[in-house]
Design a binder for this molecule. Structure first.
Ligand code: P6P
Length: 337
């Protein structure tokens, strides 16, 4: 596997990357991991990999076999390349310390190995979401890594991205100077650049939310969605379309490509937690990409990227997408606070 085209493009866009073998090696191996996961998914259940792993993960969710397989692919592909001080995953309760006999590096990889995995058995797009942080050696003093090394706000991300396993397999990634999209050509095993700089349109008429939860939403979300449904007769003065795939990567990729607003807000089902989605390896990487593409990503009262994490698996409310549309909703929160 080459990954030459992907890295060659990134070297041109981010000249410092050529002198950072740890980061370039990590990005290369993340791409290799995603290709391996894609090849596995291509075969569907022919190798009997669908179904449940019969273990409840730290999220309180029944793990799919593929959640564990994808997690292990990413760990095994990246733990020995000398780029990482540690890894953290939606599927692992504690962070993963690089084994003593492996060379360690300065980066931390946080990831959701198979986002939307409940969709696998019904052949709907799923994805891998990843976030790259750098360990702060001034604080860590070259000691053993501890959980606090991971608990950095999203603004500290060095890079973030996702792979989407759909009709095509694509990687969408940013190292801080815009968002770039590559599609995997399996004939030559190369990621081919298909969008040099992704840009989210400021305006949209497409909202994305699981409307079955409407009776549990707060007033601002409820009123906003009602206004969308009223269409041209209502205060938003336009008709809307709705999409909800149950796979954050698929919904966000649609928004990165044609605009939209994605909502997974707090709701009264679990009033003590701010939302369903996880901050460190779902909301933060997606917020990084959305902002880099000109959109907005908020938890309702602040930038997601400015949330100071307290726990590795903490959750957050997510409102992201086309800036003008997100601001319509955020204004209602400002009026509330
Ligand atoms: P619901 C998948 O489990 C996920 O974490 C996201 O990918 C997705 O946006 C959301 O949960 C779907 O949640 O409650 O609609 O099934």
């Amino acid at each position: 596997m080459n990954n030459n085209f992907l890295l060659e493009f990134l070297y041109k866009e981010y000249t410092s990357l050529m002198n950072d073998s740890q980061l370039s090696g990590l990005i290369k191996n993340i791409a290799v991991s995603c290709r391996k996961i894609s090849n596995l998914l291509d075969k569907g259940n022919l190798n009997n990999i669908f179904g449940k792993y019969n273990k409840i993960n730290v999220q309180g969710e029944m793990q799919a076999k593929l959640d564990v397989i994808a997690n292990d692919i990413i760990v095994d592909e990246n733990n020995c390349i000398g780029s990482l001080a540690g890894l953290a995953s939606e599927e692992m309760e504690d962070f993963y310390r690089i084994p003593d006999d492996y060379k360690t590096g300065d980066y931390l990889l946080l990831f959701d190995p198979l986002d939307g995995s409940s969709n696998i058995d019904v052949n709907i797009s799923v994805g891998t979401i990843f976030s790259i942080l750098r360990i702060n050696r001034k604080i860590n003093n070259n000691k053993e890594i501890i959980i606090n090394d991971f608990l950095q706000p999203g603004i500290n991300q060095i890079a973030a991205g996702y792979a989407i396993y759909g009709p095509q397999t694509s990687i969408v990634i940013s190292l801080g100077k815009g968002v770039h999209s590559f599609t995997l050509d399996k004939n030559i095993n190369e990621w081919i650049l298909d969008n040099k700089l992704m840009n989210i349109p400021n305006c949209t008429n497409e909202f994305s939310i699981n409307s079955s939860n409407s009776r549990h939403w707060d007033e601002n979300i409820y009123n906003y969605v009602q206004d969308c449904l009223i269409g041209t007769d209502g205060p938003l003065r336009k008709n809307y379309n709705m999409r909800w795939t149950g796979s954050m990567v698929a919904d966000v990729h649609r928004i990165m490509t044609r605009g939209g607003i994605f909502l997974y807000p707090w709701d009264s089902r679990n009033p003590s937690i701010p939302g369903k989605l996880r901050l460190m390896y779902e909301a933060n990487p997606m917020a990084f990409l959305v902002e880099q593409a000109g959109g907005i990503a908020s938890n309702g009262n602040k930038r997601i990227l400015e949330i100071i994490p307290e726990k590795l698996h903490q959750r957050t409310s997510v409102i992201l997408g086309s800036s003008d549309e997100v601001n319509i909703l955020l204004r209602s929160y400002i009026n509330t606070y």
